[in-house]
Design a protein around this ligand. Structure first.
Ligand SMILES: NC(=O)c1ccc[n+]([C@@H]2O[C@H](COP(=O)([O-])OP(=O)(O)OC[C@H]3O[C@@H](n4cnc5c(N)ncnc54)[C@H](OP(=O)(O)O)[C@@H]3O)[C@@H](O)[C@H]2O)c1
Length: 328
């Protein structure tokens, strides 16, 4: 491992799905990492990802400015990976995606932090029907207002061993013989590998030409929702009926499921599913993509079967035809 001087990076959301991969990648690059989390005593699992003392959890909540200020004091770079998929109490889209993002950017500016990398989401649009996507767009504007040189990443759906995407689909496929294909399964996405996102973060911190730019991060393949289901069914060796369900009916179902304390799917997520979630032609033309950052994205087919194996009827002992997955 090479040491990178004593540069300190504060990572908000370090304990999350993407956060732990970013921590690992930056530790490998020799950064000293302040993992800014709400419950530091639950984030000690991050420490062995680096050398002794290289990674240390500190307490911070985006809704409490003083804790944000303390977490970034003396840092050379700051990364915001905080996001929520559904609202719950004080954890509203506005509080987290807009005000929280604004607080970090403003405090960074006041503290003279050189580099801020903010993770938003593909589909961020102030006019989006989805509150999640609209709040992500307003958050980006707040970040740019204080830190025009911030690097903004907009990933499509992110996959990897602990994802809540392919794992969730595989979980549903285990439960039910019939799978609803929302909106006919035609919406297109570009699942991007969490390891590639982490590499992109590490690269961007060290690359001045990324300053002030917005990157759209998509994976190697554009897949429809139906393609994604086919891949999951192959990877988990399950045969299921895929039944097209119109959005209005799905929305009715989500209205009930959204009442659960940790909803399986919300109406807001369904709204997001109405729009393709793929890298735009403009980002490709400008090179504001993973490839533009020098990263060749991984394809889901090559990786998901490895971690979805536990969802097969007999786990790793389930027989799968030779070459079946590579054809997907
Ligand atoms: N995963 C995807 O498919 C995907 C796709 C596009 C964009 N993104 C964006 O990428 C970023 C990372 O996503 P992820 O999948 O890693 O999410 P995640 O696993 O849910 O992690 C989110 C992190 O935010 C922290 N957090 C929540 N509320 C907070 C608050 N008030 N103050 C401080 N920290 C708080 C959580 O910590 P606690 O343990 O304290 O709750 C957690 O560490 C998010 O901005 C997300 O919107 C993700």
């Amino acid at each position: 491992m090479k040491m990178n001087g004593a540069r300190i990076v504060t990572i908000f959301g370090a304990s999350g799905f993407v956060g732990r991969h970013v921590v690992q990648e930056l530790a490998r690059q020799g950064w000293r990492i302040r993992a800014a989390v709400r419950r530091p005593h639950l984030a000690h699992f991050l420490r062995p990802m680096g050398m002794t003392g290289q990674i240390y959890p500190v307490q911070a909540n985006l809704r409490h400015e003083a804790s944000v200020r303390q977490a970034i004091a003396g840092a050379d770079a700051v990364i915001n990976l905080v996001g929520i998929l559904f609202q719950s109490g004080a954890q509203s889209f506005d509080a987290i995606h807009v005000e929280g993002a604004e607080t970090i950017a403003r405090v960074c500016k006041e503290a003279g932090i050189g580099t801020l990398l903010h993770v938003s989401a593909l589909g961020a649009d102030p006019h989006a029907l989805s509150l999640y996507a609209a709040s992500k767009a307003v958050g980006e504007m707040a970040v740019r207002a204080h830190m025009p040189d911030a690097v903004i990443f907009r990933p499509s759906v992110i996959f990897g061993p602990e994802d809540r995407f392919f794992n969730f689909f595989a979980f549903l496929a285990r439960l039910s013989p019939v799978i609803p294909l929302f909106g006919g399964g035609e919406t297109r996405m570009q699942p991007v590998y969490v390891g590639d996102v982490a590499k992109a973060v590490a690269y961007a911190l060290d690359e001045p030409r990324t300053r002030g730019k917005t990157y759209e991060l998509g994976g190697a393949e554009i897949m429809s929702l139906a393609d994604i289901w086919q891949l999951v069914l192959k990877a988990t060796a399950r045969k299921r009926f895929l039944v097209p369900v119109p959005f209005w009916l799905a929305s009715l179902k989500a209205a009930f499921l959204g009442l659960l304390p940790r909803p399986l799917i919300t109406r807001d997520q369904l709204r997001m599913l109405k729009t393709d979630n793929i890298v735009s032609a403009q980002a490709i033309a400008q090179g504001h993509t993973l490839e533009g950052l020098g990263i060749t994205p991984n394809a889901p087919a090559a990786l998901v079967s490895g971690y979805l194996v536990r969802f097969r009827p007999a786990g790793e002992f389930t027989q799968i035809e030779e070459g079946e997955l590579s054809n997907s």
